[in-house]
Design a protein around this ligand. Structure first.
Ligand SMILES: [Zn+2]
Length: 607
């Protein structure tokens, strides 16, 4: 590469790094102050909340909405009914919500709400609080919303709740009245049926007043360790049930979660730059060894993500035993802890990757579930492979197999389907996690691995602490690769079109061999053809897709053929193989292209 070209590329990447996401991008800001008092005997709590809300949109707002997630855990809620009707409903939910007694349900009750000291009327519709504003919020204006609320922590059904299967007392996720996000697409007042994340970016200042025997873990940095005599404080006090007031601050997040238990052990590992990795787990002799062994591995995982995505920007990250599987939250995760070591690492790898792909790069999980679950699956499979030294050559291969099963099942819906509106959980799961992971892996096949690595980092640089959408990601990929990729985003995410390229005929003509390929599936792709000769040497041929208007960098030994224009169902090229006979012709030898029909990918010649 010439020096001039290097300079030019350096200039371009600086330009990309400094640019705003795009000129018209804006996002709302909601800063929370919450004071919560918890009754650990009857699982209720009261809270005072002040939200300072800035309308950065170009629109005047006449309404606002809040999520009241805990209302989902009541007989007859949408979550309850949906899971009774889904053919493959979540076993953690189905037939459990409708059995909850009055003192076991979850709820969030709003006792009063004021906007800048003016009392507001509101109504509750399931898990959404609908509020008509007396004073509309003009573009650029800030309003203050003061609310008094009462909550009841449900018997754990899904994610949150009291006394989870492993005996963790309180898993407090989706626990407070949370302002609904308003963005370029409008309001996102999605009822809580299955998925939950799309929140307003802001700063959280939270006080949790709770029985002194409980250790509290969560989003944010504990401000008063010495007052409560906890963990890394210099004074360790005798624990008693006199209430202690835990004060946390979490800045630049879009959610706040916590958990509490009287038996939590608490370890921490220092990271670079005065940051800390915290571990909270039950004092249970069966799990302690695994949770100790996890700690250096978790640090390696974090380092992996920092190297391959971007720096972890918060002062702490906590891995907390709680919840009902694994779920990501701001600056922390709640995972179940009674697992074999491999599974403990696996769930940690996945949830920690979400610190980037959801809690730093905050995609709308209801609408673009494949961006957070898929990207997380992609990177965590690579990270796990590295830190556990599994030496798998293709750590994401499992995602391709799952996707193949989904296609064969006939139950696939486009990835643009709202995450609550899949007919089958199976289809949601494979679409979000596996097909989402393939989106990234296959992008590497299309643009080249080095470009993909740059794209992921540039995506982070551009979109951290914001709400990127699919097109935003695509634009980064296009700018880095200098290829047009709209066809990829469109066909892969907005349709159920499949990829199927095949070999139709192979004709020997003196010194040449004429090879004809066909495109059977509707989805376009660039094609790679690997030819193996009788002496076991190989030659790779690369056929760029014409509508990419560019091509990936390839090894010098690769032969680049003329473009394939998508509408043409067949494509022929000839190989001048001289006296060397061809043994086999193989499409998709790397298996990185999600070709759904392998039967026509290999042609063996009998010599
Ligand atoms: Zn996930």
């Amino acid at each position: 590469m010439s020096k001039n070209k290097l300079l030019f590329l350096a200039f371009i990447s600086t330009f990309i790094a400094l640019a705003q996401p795009h000129p018209s991008y804006w996002q709302q800001q909601a800063n929370y102050k919450m004071d919560v008092d918890v009754n650990v005997k009857n699982y209720t709590y009261t809270g005072e909340q002040t939200i300072t809300y800035t309308n950065n949109s170009p629109d005047t707002l006449h309404h606002i909405y809040y999520h009241l997630y805990f209302n989902a855990f009541q007989p007859g809620s949408e979550m309850d009914i949906r899971n009774q009707h889904l053919k493959d409903s979540d076993k953690r939910v189905k037939g459990r919500i409708n059995k909850l007694k009055q003192n076991e349900i979850g709820f969030l009750k709003v006792n009063s709400l004021f906007q800048n000291d003016k009392k507001l009327d509101y109504s509750v519709a399931g898990t959404i609080l609908e509020v008509n504003l007396q004073t509309p919020i003009l573009p650029g204006q800030t309003s203050t919303f003061k609310m008094d609320f009462t909550g009841q922590i449900p018997k754990q059904i899904r994610r949150s709740g009291r006394n989870n299967a492993e005996g963790v007392a309180l898993s407090m996720t989706q626990w407070y009245p949370k302002l609904v996000e308003y963005d370029i697409e409008g309001w996102h007042a999605d009822p809580y049926i299955g998925r939950e994340f799309h929140g307003v970016w802001g700063n959280y200042d939270v006080h949790i007043n709770i029985n002194g025997k409980y250790t509290v873990a969560g989003s944010g940095v504990l401000q008063n360790p010495d007052d409560i005599g906890h963990g890394y404080s210099t004074t360790v006090k005798e624990k008693n049930s006199k209430k202690l007031n835990w004060h946390f601050i979490a800045n630049n997040v879009h959610d706040f979660a916590w958990a509490a238990d009287p038996e939590y052990m608490h370890d921490f590992l220092p990271l670079d730059g005065n940051k800390k990795l915290h571990f909270f787990y039950k004092n249970d002799k069966d799990i302690i060894a695994n949770w100790k062994k996890l700690q250096p591995v978790a640090k390696q995982l974090l380092t992996y993500y920092e190297t391959h995505i971007g720096p972890y920007p918060y002062p702490q990250y906590s891995i907390i035993q709680g919840g009902d599987g694994g779920m990501e939250y701001a600056m922390c995760t709640l995972i179940t802890g009674e697992r074999k070591f491999g599974s403990l690492v696996g769930v940690t790898a996945h949830e920690m990757a979400h610190a980037w792909f959801q809690h730093i790069l905050a995609t709308n999980e209801s609408k673009n579930e494949w961006m957070d679950e898929g990207f997380t699956t992609y990177i965590s499979n690579l990270a796990e492979n590295e830190v556990l030294q599994n030496n798998q050559s293709f750590p994401n291969e499992g995602s391709y197999k799952s996707y193949q099963k989904l296609v064969e099942s006939g139950l696939e819906q486009p990835q643009t389907t709202h995450s609550d509106r899949y007919s089958y959980n199976f289809a949601y799961g494979v679409s979000a996690y596996s097909k989402g992971a393939i989106f990234m892996e296959q992008l590497g096949y299309i643009v080249g691995q080095e470009n993909l690595a740059k794209i992921i980092k540039e995506y982070y640089t551009h979109w951290k602490f914001k709400h990127p959408n699919p097109n935003d990601f695509k634009r980064i990929a296009e700018k880095i690769s200098d290829m047009q990729l709209d066809w990829y985003l469109t066909d892969w995410t907005k349709t159920t079109n499949t990829i199927d390229y095949g070999i139709t005929t192979v004709e020997k003509k003196k010194k040449n061999t004429q090879i004809t390929l066909e495109r059977v599936g509707l989805m376009p792709m660039p094609v790679e053809v690997l030819i193996t000769f009788e002496d076991n040497t190989t030659q790779l041929f690369y056929i760029p897709l014409q509508m990419m208007r560019g091509q990936k960098p390839v090894a010098k030994t690769t032969t680049i053929l003329k473009d394939w224009a998508w509408a043409f169902p067949t494509y022929s090229f000839s190989v001048n193989n001289g006296k060397k006979a061809i043994q086999s012709i193989k499409l998709n030898a790397t298996k990185k292209m999600a070709d759904v029909n392998k039967a026509n990918d290999l042609f063996n010649l009998n010599n």
